[in-house]
Unconditional design. Structure first.
Length: 78
């Protein structure tokens, strides 16, 4: 499994709606509201056999009211 973090910027006033949709999809390990340029921080584990970009597009980026995502790949946990 590959650990991936996705920062999500939502349209104003829709953060809770976006978070609810992510929760319904049950794809996440953790989901946090955050301060700064993005509204949500999503931690997921993607199977090694999956294409990360395709997985994000098919499971996250297609959620209504998401303006932008920023994906960070991880390499090693300390």
């Amino acid at each position: 499994m590959k650990c991936v973090f996705v920062q999500i910027r939502c349209k104003p006033g829709t953060t809770y709606t976006v978070a609810d949709e992510i929760m319904k999809r049950e794809i996440h390990s953790e989901l946090h509201s955050v301060s700064g340029e993005f509204d949500l921080l999503l931690k997921l584990y993607i199977p090694e056999s999956e294409d990360i970009g395709l997985f994000i597009n098919n499971n996250v980026a297609n959620i209504a009211n998401i303006e932008r995502t920023l994906t960070t790949l991880t390499f090693k946990a300390f």
